[in-house]
Design a protein around this ligand. Structure first.
Ligand SMILES: NC(=O)c1ccc[n+]([C@@H]2O[C@H](COP(=O)([O-])OP(=O)(O)OC[C@H]3O[C@@H](n4cnc5c(N)ncnc54)[C@H](OP(=O)(O)O)[C@@H]3O)[C@@H](O)[C@H]2O)c1
Length: 287
């Protein structure tokens, strides 16, 4: 039996679907009754468990062959570090309690670094905590999600502006579709490695200007590409509605990206093929 966290989310939903398609016995973690019902209708066992609840999580993980886990970011909490630490203690505690043999974790490029990467430092800490349990860890380290463009679709559609949190809009970076990460995660669960490994999951590379041009096509309107200087990031993020401490953490992440700290440095890589056009079609249709 495999257990999949984040089953209502972008990556976890694909992981659970692929495992069910492969005929596996799948338990999904959900929080709302309606999500439990819909997964049960699809043949999964649904467990209403919060990842912060070590005892409940441990109960579900008993006897499982593999566990897909992510570290959800909750940007509404007052203390981001403390919240991450609570989740990390609960997740790693439950994995250790049940001696789960294999964990596939949704991590990120840059998670090998201890600090200076904003929210990715929490993924670093979760990787380390899971490794300490003795499980075999597959740490999937994608770069940016293609779906992050969804954050600017409204501004682009309304004001015709495509903001870029970098000094240049002309640096190509790999952007991966969340669906491709889910496919890689399910494949890893079904064929566990002999030893722990970090796997870079890399999509095709695009510059921000190229993404803006594709978005402009999809929206049928011209877009002004607006690179923001570093000193404007925190203010712009606060204007967009983020609390000050969240804006500062995200700015640290952008700075890390600017300095190449999120570059792939895993043990091997998976090349993901979904093009940005496919993701944009979905995002624009949804918005
Ligand atoms: N954005 C990027 O470019 C990027 C890059 C690298 C890595 N990442 C990682 O990817 C993660 C997001 O993955 P995603 O996009 O697949 O997720 P997502 O679509 O944002 O969904 C989050 C999932 O986590 C669940 N969840 C949230 N808090 C929970 C809790 N306390 N207990 C149990 N479940 C909880 C949600 O369940 P409900 O439906 O019940 O809320 C939902 O299923 C981030 O947290 C980050 O670690 C992101």
């Amino acid at each position: 039996m495999y257990v999949v966290a984040g089953a209502t989310g972008r990556v976890g939903s694909v992981v659970a679907t692929r495992l069910l398609e492969a005929g596996a016995d799948v338990g999904v973690l959900v929080r709302r009754p309606q999500d439990a019902a819909s997964w049960e209708a699809r043949g999964a066992r649904a467990h209403r468990v919060d990842l912060e609840d070590r005892a409940a999580l441990s109960g579900v993980l008993a006897g499982c062959a593999g566990f897909f886990v992510l570290l959800p970011f909750d940007l509404t909490v007052d203390d981001l570090d403390a919240h991450a630490d609570t989740l990390i203690a609960s997740i790693a505690g439950a994995v250790g309690d049940q001696r789960v043999p294999h964990v596939v974790m949704l991590s990120s490029g840059g998670a090998d670094l201890t600090d200076g990467t904003g929210p990715i430092t929490w993924l670093h800490r979760l990787e380390r905590a899971l490794l300490r349990t003795g499980t075999t860890l597959t740490a999937l380290r994608p770069g940016h999600f293609q779906e992050k463009v969804g954050d600017v679709v409204d501004a682009a559609r309304g004001a015709g502006v495509y903001p870029v949190f970098a000094a240049s809009a002309d640096v190509p970076l790999p952007l991966v579709a969340t669906r491709d990460i889910g496919v890689a995660a399910a494949a890893a669960l079904l064929s566990p490695p002999a030893a722990s490994e970090a796997v870079d999951v890399l999509g095709p590379a695009y510059t921000e200007r190229a993404v803006a041009a594709l978005l402009a096509d999809a929206l049928g309107r011209e877009l002004l590409v607006e690179p923001l200087p570093e000193e404007a990031w925190v203010g712009a993020l606060q204007e967009a509605g983020f609390a000050g401490h969240v804006a500062r953490s995200l700015a640290e992440l952008y700075r890390a990206d600017e300095h190449g700290l999120l570059a792939p440095r895993g043990d091997r890589r998976v090349d993901a093929s979904t093009p940005m056009e496919t993701t944009l079609e979905r995002l624009v249709a949804a918005g």
